[in-house]
Design a binder for this molecule. Structure first.
Ligand code: CMC
Length: 377
């Protein structure tokens, strides 16, 4: 009997988790039991990171202490800045991957895989990640990195380090919600990749480096960048039908639609749709939102019966674009939110570890006769 092959590990459960719950049919997402809608509307990113890493929402004092710890850990060593300078021509995700890898050389707990040390390292990496992304972005423009500003919250500080300007509250809040929506998402490919690395009893820096590498692909985190490129190519709402038809008729995919788990609307999309609409009107460029709405409501509406709905990335790209963030930084922003989720999942893996090592059915040739090199054709 040949083994049953489950391509792409679709619908395979490989462990239990208390990180997040996803009901793909209903379009429901909970972090540690809390509905994503409540967290997006009522929480801050700092609160959500605390919730994910410590399993409960913080009280005021706990949040204050945690926030201070995050602010105090934003700096990265000069040596890491030098490494970023050496790789400044690379894609921001490559720079983030390299920067996180380099930080391992300076973290005193790098080899400690206890749950407590893993969480502490995850807090540091969450705090340091924006500094890497912003420093690389400055260096590649020939500018000096901007030092972290401890008077600003996580999202505000990232924007200040990126643009050397203190952002207004609306912009800070937009990015804060975006980080919340990207913080955790079950056994997605990058979290699974991070867990595979953790399962060899490697370490958190290696696992987060894996996560960044896995997230980079357009089938996962790269979709937001592709969506905005599509909107720019479409140019005006009246061109959307023909543009999408060309892609779909040739077997292509519309980025920002479809999901391995959600067969209803991705619950994260709602928060970004409304914010994209408000922002595009505020900055006087409503046609981007109109183009995306046309694609969603007039073109892709026909795919809903097949369970293909809008996902988190569809409106995210337009928000970043309207905030003046270059398109090759979009995935890095996703990654900065997700470091918390990767950390939590690695802590779970370390706590009850088993090597993640599936099988593949061999379909190649068998028992070939070995020929000496001089006798080969
Ligand atoms: N546009 C058009 N058709 C699609 C799309 C799409 N975006 N997504 C899936 N389909 C079709 C696909 O062509 C296939 O059709 P058929 O059965 O006729 O061959 C069917 O739906 C099933 O597709 P699949 O690739 O087998 O399903 P999957 O579960 O492996 O795909 C996915 C999930 C996210 C890779 C896929 O939907 C996709 O490529 N979407 C576009 C990229 C994207 O937006 N990615 C971001 C995902 S959300 C962010 C995150 O959490 O990572």
């Amino acid at each position: 009997m040949p083994p049953e092959i489950i391509k792409g590990l679709k619908d395979v459960y490989f462990d239990t988790t208390t990180s997040s719950f996803i009901d793909g049919q209903e379009g429901k997402l909970l972090y540690r039991g809390y509905n994503i809608h409540d967290l997006a509307e009522k929480s801050t990113f700092e609160e959500v990171v605390y919730l994910l890493l410590y399993g409960k929402l913080p009280n005021e004092q706990q949040l204050e202490e945690f926030d201070q710890t995050m602010r105090a850990n934003r700096r990265i060593p000069d040596e890491v800045i030098q490494v970023l300078d050496l790789v400044k021509a690379s894609h921001p995700m490559d720079a983030l991957r390299t920067g996180i890898s380099a930080l391992a050389a300076f973290d005193p707990e790098v080899k400690d895989n206890s749950v407590e040390a893993t969480i502490r390292k995850g807090v540091r990496l969450t705090a340091q990640g924006p500094t890497i992304v912003a420093a690389h972005h400055r260096l590649r423009q020939g500018l000096e990195p901007v030092a972290p500003d401890p008077s600003l919250n996580h999202a505000g500080n990232f924007l200040k380090m990126l643009f050397d300007e203190v952002p207004d509250k609306d912009t800070t809040d937009l990015l804060d919600v975006d980080f919340i929506l990207h913080a955790e998402h079950g056994s997605n490919a990058s979290s699974f990749g991070a867990r595979v690395t953790a399962s060899t009893i490697s370490d958190l820096h290696s696992a987060v480096t894996t996560g960044v590498g896995v997230l980079k692909g357009p089938a996962h985190g790269g979709a937001a960048e592709e969506v905005m490129k599509m909107a720019l190519d479409i140019g005006q709402p009246e061109n959307a039908e023909e543009y999408c038809r060309n892609i779909l008729d040739n077997g292509g995919r519309i980025m920002g639609f479809g999901h391995r788990v959600y067969k209803a609307e991705d619950p994260r999309a709602r928060h970004l749709r409304e914010r994209s609409r408000v922002l595009s009107e505020k900055v006087g460029q409503p046609h981007w939102f109109q183009i995306l709405t046309y694609v969603e409501e007039e073109v892709m509406v026909r795919y809903r019966s097949r369970g293909i709905f809008v996902n988190v990335d569809f409106f995210a790209g337009s928000i970043y674009y309207l905030l003046g963030i270059p398109d090759d930084l979009f995935i890095s922003i996703f990654a900065l939110g997700r470091i918390a989720g990767w950390t939590l999942q690695c802590a779970e893996q370390f706590e009850d570890n088993i090597l993640l090592r599936p099988l593949m059915e061999y379909t190649g040739e068998m028992d070939l006769e070995y020929t000496a090199i001089g006798d080969r054709a």
